[in-house]
Design a protein around this ligand. Structure first.
Ligand SMILES: Nc1nc2c(c(=O)[nH]1)N[C@H]1C(S)=C(S)[C@@H](COP(=O)(O)O)O[C@H]1N2
Ligand SMILES: [Mo]
Length: 582
């Protein structure tokens, strides 16, 4: 601990320690606030919390990320950011208390956090280079300065020591000697040339602290000065932070305006109306079309990119692309647009989980565009077997060229449920490929398509432990009754959804306890690319029961009982629900 404890006549009172922690908190707040302001000049994604969060997400093993998605769902990002802030707050308190004794070490600690933030920001896949380091570095510099000043106010005064009034409010000229540092972290400043011209403001009060305050000196600290300086720093930081926030908010304005102005052209090939009876009106069963606002969201972006459609470009290039192109959003809208109902599933969806939804997508057919660029699928002698889509935030997603060109409705989607894509779901353009999990097909905020091979390139999720190829597994889910429901004995409607995109669902069966499998009623099919609802009227008898469901797809494959984890290519197994009939 500090030398203070060895000097019983000069105990670090709880008030001074609290003030030290507060000084650290104010310095941390100043760092983040200034970083926010500078990030508005650089770009919002270069802010330290976003950058560190992003870097943490990238370094999180698939199993942990999967756990986070499972437990926090779409709130996983909020939880991560709150976690980062909580950790930062703890370090800020600690550095503030440390700065009571080791002022420069405390400030250096703040700078170290700036370096961490800067490294995280410049190391992001979408980094624009060294400028991304600025928010963290400038913020940490300001935080370190604030900590030095505040710790100066907390330094003990020796009664009768010459107090320089200039030191009252901030950056004081360096003292020729800084005995306090002699016992602390930094080398004695008398021999420290860096100290002469450095930015560490060392006040005359330092002379009073440490060795200067010999036995018998009942030193105290500058409470009034501390309160004034801390309040001033906090208020200035709040102002800088608020300004940064509003500037950052405004930076997406062009993107928001481009989305607001957008009127999607009517698709040349509209989707048929959802067949009557495809959506069972059974309470508790997911609606057939998932409203965009309720559609699951899974991505690595802490802040959803806001892309301006008017400046958006899509480049198609790579192996076997004899006619590379760069398309504007207008170019894309002028193509023949199709509208299709397609169910999208996340590979992180556990058996019975919520990461599956169906939307009516509008978009251009990807296969046609690829063919115009001279791309041939491997089965027609094309040299590229992997299509790598890249998003504006650096995400890379690899799909089999064969699949996207085999005639299925692989789309460059611009619309979701009749509206331009929401920002969270990829505005202005994303891919959607029926039959493939999202992580190998559904690149949001897409800006580049490169034709390559599976041998030559591993995209993001593959580098994180997931499979190279991942067709959707045949799955079914009981939506009602809910787990641990207590229905009354008698007729109980068991119902839910089943999916096997691009193959189609042909049969769903329900089993009560260890009884025989009984066929459920299938709702009308929209298309083989969408999920299918089912229902099973059950005569429920009193007591505890386990309901289990399994589906059979159109290729005749029965959903396997074998339980697997989501990593690397999707969970398998049967969904069961335990209920108590009363
Ligand atoms: N740019 C980008 N696109 C992405 C992802 C991502 O992290 N970044 N996640 C993918 C995954 S894992 C899935 S399941 C789908 C989810 O799409 P949604 O959020 O619109 O439901 O987007 C895919 N596209
Ligand atoms: Mo996913």
């Amino acid at each position: 601990m500090t030398d203070d404890e060895k000097k019983p006549h000069r105990p670090s009172g709880p008030l001074r320690v609290t003030a030290g922690a507060l000084a650290g908190a104010v310095a941390g707040f100043a760092s983040l606030a200034l970083a926010e302001l500078v990030s508005a000049a650089v770009r919002p994604q270069a802010g330290p919390v976003v950058a560190v969060g992003g870097a943490a997400i990238d370094r999180t093993p698939a199993t942990v990320k999967d756990w986070a998605v499972r437990n926090f769902g779409t709130d996983d990002k909020l939880v991560l950011q709150l976690g980062i802030l909580a950790v930062l707050a703890l370090f800020a308190f600690a550095l503030g208390i440390a700065a009571l004794r080791f002022r420069k070490a405390g400030a250096a600690g703040v700078l170290l956090f700036g370096v961490v933030g800067a490294l995280a920001a410049t190391g992001r896949p979408d980094s624009r280079g060294l400028s991304d380091a600025l928010p963290s570095l400038v913020g940490a510099g300001a935080g370190a300065a604030v900590l030095l000043v505040l710790a100066g106010r907390l330094a003990r005064r020796e009664p009768g020591s010459a107090e320089d009034p200039a030191n009252g409010g901030g950056f004081a000229p360096d003292s020729a000697e800084d005995p306090a540092n002699g016992e602390g972290f930094a080398p004695d400043s008398a021999e420290d040339p860096a100290d002469g011209g450095g930015f560490a403001p060392c006040s005359a009060e330092d002379l009073a602290d440490g060795e200067g305050a010999g036995p018998g000196s009942g030193g105290d600290w500058d409470r009034r000065g501390f309160v004034i300086a801390a309040t001033a720093a906090a208020v200035a930081s709040a102002g800088a932070g608020a300004l940064g926030r509003s500037l950052n908010g405004a930076s997406g304005r062009d993107a928001v305006a481009s989305r607001d102005r957008l009127v999607l052209p009517a698709p040349g090939s509209p989707a048929d109306a959802v067949p009557r009876g495809a959506g069972l009106r059974i309470p508790g069963v997911s609606p057939f079309i998932t409203p965009s606002g309720a559609f699951y969201r899974v991505d690595t972006a802490l802040v959803a990119p806001k892309v301006d459609a008017t400046t958006w470009r899509l480049r198609v290039h790579g192996k076997g692309v004899s006619r590379p192109v760069v398309l504007s959003f207008g170019d894309l809208l002028r193509r023949d647009l199709v509208e299709r109902d397609i169910t999208l599933t996340c590979v992180s969806n556990e058996v019975g989980g919520p990461y599956v939804g169906t939307a009516r997508w509008t978009g251009a057919r990807l296969a046609d565009l690829l063919a115009e660029c001279g791309v041939r699928p491997p089965s027609h002698g094309g040299p590229a077997d992997q299509l790598v889509a890249r998003s504006v935030d650096g995400m890379t997603i690899g799909s089999p060229v064969e699949d996207v060109m085999d005639g299925r409705d692989a789309l460059l989607a611009v619309g979701m449920n009749g509206e331009p894509l929401p920002f969270d779901h990829g505005f202005p353009v994303r891919m959607v490929v029926p039959g493939l999990y999202g992580f190998v097909s559904a690149c949001k905020w897409i800006t580049d398509i490169e034709l390559t091979t599976f041998d030559a390139y591993d995209p993001y999720w593959v580098r994180h432990g997931w499979a190279r190829r991942a067709p959707v597994r045949t799955q079914s889910r009981i939506d009602t009754p809910k787990p641990f429901a207590r229905p009354a004995a008698g007729p109980v409607m068991v119902a839910g959804v089943a999916w096997a995109q691009h193959r189609g669902i042909d049969k769903v069966e329900v089993r009560v306890d260890d009884g025989p499998w009984q066929e459920a009623r299938l709702a009308a099919e929209d298309s083989r690319d969408t999920w299918r609802q089912w229902s099973f009227p059950w005569r429920a008898t009193k007591g505890g029961h386990t309901l289990t469901v399994r589906a059979t797809d159109r290729s005749g494959r029965v959903q396997t009982e074998r339980r697997t984890r989501t990593v690397p290519d999707g969970a398998s197994g049967w969904h069961s629900v335990v209920v108590t009939v009363e």
